[in-house]
Design a protein around this ligand. Structure first.
Ligand code: 13P
Ligand code: SF4
Length: 310
């Protein structure tokens, strides 16, 4: 089957089975093309709450499908590739954070959405990279514990010096691996280019940026900018999508190694197989199953994120 034939079959089955496809913008071009909703983690959380279809296939990583399930518990939510997890989301658990809270009970716990549902049950509010600053500023409390990404936490802390923000040592292995040396080499190769960076990168790398923002923030900035060349400091797929969307501009990934192998796991055949299973024609699907009590406890901090971030 060709890519085009597979995409057509997916579009047909999606309609027949009343299924919506949500794809994070780190997904491959051929997946973004057949998705009903694409965007960063914040946008997809809001979309997951309002999709009319009875089934959702999430193309991204596990915590994202889990978040969609919590926001639409009456729907069937499937993760298109069962092995797609986010290493950052597994770095801290509820026991660790409960212990930190016990020693400093006056701190409000702000969790990056890249956390497990179980960890979310002991947190006060979630944030994403696009909503973190707005939400931290809107919180009544001035004493915070920000987990798990200390790079995003450091960025927020610098923008909000009036708040006492404690960080722990966690983060995204994909973004954290970018070095100042690599940025300098990319800038030397493309001296006219603006450097757009995700705040999951190290502070010394973020300090070299012309713009800091989420995946969607980076894409919007590049599309609206008068500049013609950009070095992209986030997953390589963003440079690729931008190159399709803005053929008159040039986009360079800051390094060829800024690849999230978990995000790259999902393929069109995974989506097709999930749809076949939903329609009872064979295939194979990985449905997110969550207990009602876990959903109601973990969902509070996601609802709070949507309330404060909207
Ligand atoms: P955003 O899409 O919210 O910027 O998140 C980036 C990311 O690393 C998701 O796992
Ligand atoms: Fe997790 Fe980083 Fe991959 Fe995002 S890019 S899914 S934070 S490992």
């Amino acid at each position: 089957m060709t890519v085009r034939e597979l995409q057509d079959n997916i579009l047909r089955l999606k309609k027949e089975t009343n299924t919506a496809i949500l794809a994070h913008c780190y997904q491959a071009r051929e997946i973004v093309e057949i998705a009903d909703f694409t965007g960063d983690s914040y946008k997809l959380s809001v979309d997951a709450k309002s999709v009319p279809q009875e089934n959702i296939i999430f193309c991204g990583v596990h915590f994202m499908a889990e978040t969609a399930k919590m926001l639409s518990p009456q729907k069937h939510v499937y993760l298109s590739n069962r092995h797609a997890g986010c290493p950052m989301a597994e770095q801290m658990d509820a026991e660790l954070i409960s212990a930190v809270k016990a020693s400093e009970p006056d701190r409000t716990v702000v969790a990056y959405i890249n956390t497990t549902a179980s960890l979310k049950t002991v947190c006060d509010v979630c944030v994403t990279s696009s909503s973190a600053l707005k939400i931290v500023r809107a919180l009544d409390s001035d004493k915070l514990l920000f987990i798990p990404d200390c790079n995003l936490g450091d960025y927020v802390k610098r923008q909000c010096p009036e708040k006492d923000i404690k960080l722990l040592n966690g983060g995204c292995p994909t973004h954290a691996r970018v070095t100042v040396k690599e940025v300098e080499a990319a800038k030397a190769e493309h001296p006219e280019a603006l450097f757009l960076v995700h705040p999951e990168c190290q502070p010394a790398v973020v300090a070299l940026a012309d713009y800091v923002g989420s995946t969607t923030g980076i894409m919007d900035f590049a599309k609206k900018s008068e500049a013609k060349e950009f070095i992209i400091g986030t997953e390589t797929s963003i440079a690729e999508h931008l190159q399709y969307d803005c053929p008159d501009k040039k986009f360079y990934p800051v390094t060829k190694d800024i690849v999230c192998h978990n995000m790259k796991l999902t393929t069109l055949p995974d989506i097709y197989n999930t749809l076949l299973a939903i329609s009872g024609q064979g295939g194979e699907a990985f449905e997110i199953e969550m207990d009602g009590e876990l959903i109601s406890k973990a969902r509070k901090c996601i609802d709070e994120m949507i309330r404060l971030g909207g």
